[in-house]
Design a protein around this ligand. Structure first.
Ligand SMILES: *Cc1c(COP(=O)(O)O)cnc(C)c1O
Length: 359
């Protein structure tokens, strides 16, 4: 029987292995992990693999993904990485901890926490240079004071996020800054900050090279767990699986054709004026996958195949004399953006290739 195409094959045991190895590695210096599931849209079996691998929390940026995992019976501490104001009630109902930077949002969360007779726990995010979410250091004391006046909100930690927007690397300097901040805040407010969440998959090189991780005791990891790499230079982390996800699509045309289009050149389907390199007559292959599923630049080819271009529903390859026939399967590795896109495409079937070993 032929398998469905296109499909993404997800090796849960590899995700579990990666999580276990990372938990052990970071655990050596007292750092706990949150497993980040946003790239797999909160796929419950992936969350379960992460939990089996040793993460203490599951974190996602979308409340809908967290609801999906809870409905599937996943039981852990759930963390929301982004806090939409309009979803405050649902956040209080579904999430144990959320990351916050706006007092308006915290007021709303407190309001609904009161209505539901709950205390909502928060991690306050600080800005350390990357310029995505975070409170400026000069505003932090005031912000903590205001937050502490909200009766149904409990500050359980602080955190920062680097290498996401500005590409700023986590290093001893900014990590020490975070540690010092923790000491100052604990003194000023006589509070204990339990979770000091120093970053994401970009923190690997810092961790490996640092003699002293200071007060940092948590990281939020998505890409390292799922794709086995760090994210400052996208190097594979030794010992981790880098092929837990494989995208497989079928060849729907394979023909020898000229490499240069004939006729007058205008715009292509996406408004670009294309430019072509003459490589003579060559074997061209069309794959049933397109921009509606994934950007061709997110696909990494294993063999000598080369991507020539793509439209909404077709990706065109130079087969480089490999004998690809109609109906053949072509396998791709994915980058993080590609994983996100493939998991989001309703046209790509999600298949789990090997189930987890539960202990
Ligand atoms: C997505 C996200 C992460 C995880 O990032 P990775 O690079 O996949 O490890 C961590 N923290 C926040 C706030 C995020 O939005």
């Amino acid at each position: 029987m032929q398998s469905f195409m296109p499909r993404i094959e997800i090796a849960l045991s590899k995700i579990q292995d990666n999580t276990r190895m990372l938990s052990e590695l970071y655990g050596q210096k007292g750092i706990s992990l949150m497993g980040v599931t946003k790239a797999v849209l909160g796929e419950p079996s992936v969350a379960e693999a992460m939990i089996q691998g040793g993460v203490k929390f599951i974190a996602d940026s979308r409340i809908e993904n967290i609801q999906k995992m809870k409905n599937a019976g996943i039981s852990t501490q759930f963390v929301l990485l982004r806090t939409p104001l309009s979803q405050a009630e649902s956040i209080v109902e579904n999430v144990d901890i959320s990351l916050n930077t706006e007092i308006e949002t915290l007021k709303k969360l407190s309001h609904y926490a009161k209505a539901h007779n709950k205390i909502h726990q928060v991690i306050i995010m600080v800005e350390l240079g990357d310029l995505r979410e975070g409170i400026l250091l000069c505003d932090l004391s005031q912000f903590i004071r205001q937050t502490r006046s909200l009766p149904h909100i409990k500050i359980i930690g602080i955190g920062c996020n680097l290498a996401c927007y500005g590409g700023i690397k986590p290093d001893d300097k900014n990590m020490q800054e975070l540690s010092e901040l923790v000491n100052l805040l604990e003194k000023e407010f006589q509070i204990e900050l339990k979770i000091i969440s120093g970053g994401n998959s970009a923190n690997y090189e810092w961790y490996k090279s640092s003699q002293d991780v200071g007060r940092i005791n948590n990281l939020r990891l998505g890409e390292s767990i799922l794709l086995g790499c760090e994210t400052v230079s996208r190097k594979a982390i030794p010992g981790l699986h880098t092929r837990a996800f494989q995208l497989i699509a079928e060849v729907i045309e394979s023909k020898e054709k000229p490499s240069l289009p004939s006729g007058e050149i205008g715009q292509d389907a996406f408004g670009n004026t294309p430019d072509f390199q003459d490589r003579g007559i060559h074997q061209r292959v069309i794959i049933a996958l397109g921009r509606q599923d994934i950007q061709a630049s997110s696909l990494k080819l294993r063999n000598k195949l080369e991507i020539l271009g793509s439209s909404s529903d077709h990706i065109i390859l130079d087969s480089r004399n490999q004998n690809l026939q109609v109906g053949d399967e072509v396998k791709f590795d994915l980058d993080y953006a590609g994983l996100l896109a493939a998991m989001t495409s309703p046209f790509i079937r999600k298949e789990f290739t090997n189930s987890m070993v539960t202990q």
